[in-house]
Write a protein that binds this ligand. Structure first.
Ligand SMILES: Nc1ncnc2c1ncn2[C@@H]1O[C@H](COP(=O)(O)OP(=O)(O)O)[C@@H](O)[C@H]1O
Ligand SMILES: [Mg+2]
Length: 332
């Protein structure tokens, strides 16, 4: 088994709204990230993806649970030593505008992490910035440009170069291509894949675009209203999805070939909208949209069950009692 670089255990992040109500943005998420892999974290808008990212890097404190980086619980031991000083975990945001200052040259923006993490001479810093730009496939002369004078994809590549400045081992990519034109998305993705191989990076790749994960992720996890539904190695995930929500998501993504079309679960119409995490449904939070909803689903939350090697599902259908209930229904 490869080494685990990150272990998230029963992570919760609640936001009190001040009116007695609480947003349960992340409500008991457990997952591990192996060194060198890409774990795809997928879900609809508002399901808690960014909140997980921000809690892992310490931008938000956790309400409960553990975020263990190389065996050290960052929630308990504090993020500062690992993240701020060593820069081993970095995050790339959806909008490169949030990490690049619009009024600074690219060189100035890229100096910031270098200044924090290393005491370097001016010449050395310049050389490092140039080599980081080249590493992500941009001309070194770009250091003199302003962010507005380069393309959106190029700006995102600068954010990636900036994240690489501290020699991170783990990079959290929060919808890194969602704000970009389709025409430049592939270039950014391919650069990320190349960099991963070259630098042995581990990625937590967050996206609402499930189809993107087919060729990028080692394993895929599905998030719904702050809880995981299913987690499986990518091939198995796409070939044999089990959770009704995964099947619903997969049935609605476009495919390239007839072969893939044949593999797709039958078309399942998306039922209803995603409920609010302030007033999440009782029991299994997906039961209000689930075509396979059983009585137990309305009252009892299911737990993650490993139904095959590395394949986890959180659904009563795949718990022991769920299988019995299904059998009884069939016999009737
Ligand atoms: N700082 C905050 N205060 C209150 N609610 C928040 C805050 N950040 C996120 N939320 C809520 O938490 C839920 C999850 O948000 P988010 O993690 O941004 O979702 P995603 O990234 O999957 O779109 C949403 O309902 C959002 O409104
Ligand atoms: Mg988000």
């Amino acid at each position: 088994m490869p080494e685990k670089i990150l272990e998230i255990k029963d992570l919760k992040k609640y936001f009190p709204l001040g009116n007695g109500q609480t947003v349960k943005a992340v409500d008991g998420v457990s997952m591990d990230l192996y060194k060198g892999e890409t774990l795809g974290l997928v879900g609809e808008s508002g399901c808690g993806k960014s909140t997980i990212a921000y809690t892992v890097v310490g931008m938000y404190g956790a309400t409960d649970g553990e975020v263990c980086y190389k065996g050290t619980d960052l929630v308990k031991k504090g993020y500062k030593r690992t993240l701020r000083q060593k820069g081993e975990i970095q995050i790339v945001f959806q909008d490169p505008g949030s990490s690049l200052n619009a009024r600074r040259t690219i060189e100035k923006s890229m100096q910031v992490p270098l200044d924090i993490h290393d005491k370097m001479s001016k010449e050395k810093k310049q050389a490092r910035i140039e080599s980081l730009l080249e590493e992500v496939g941009l001309p070194k002369e770009y250091k003199n440009k302003m962010p507005r004078n380069i393309g959106g994809g190029e700006r995102q590549l600068v954010s990636v170069a900036r994240a690489l400045a501290t020699n991170p081992e783990l990079i959290i990519l929060d919808e890194p291509t969602s704000a970009l034109d389709v025409s430049v998305q592939a270039k950014v993705i391919n650069t990320l894949i190349e960099l991963q191989k070259e630098l042995e990076l581990s990625y937590l790749f967050i996206t609402h675009d499930l189809s993107l994960m087919r060729n990028v992720a080692t394993r895929v996890a599905i998030l719904y209203l702050g809880r995981l539904c299913e987690l499986a190695p990518t091939k198995e995930f796409f070939d044999a999805p089990l959770h009704p929500y995964t099947q619903m998501l997969l049935s609605s993504i476009p495919v390239a070939t007839e072969e893939e079309e044949a593999m797709k679960p039958e078309q399942i119409t998306s039922q209803g909208e995603i409920p609010s995490p302030v007033n999440a449904p009782s029991g299994c939070t997906f039961h209000t949209r689930c075509r396979d909803c059983m009585d137990i689903c309305k009252v009892e939350a299911p737990t993650m069950t490993e139904i095959g090697p590395e394949h986890f599902v959180c659904c009563h259908k795949f718990a022991k009692h769920g299988l019995e209930e299904q059998k009884e229904a069939q016999e009737e």
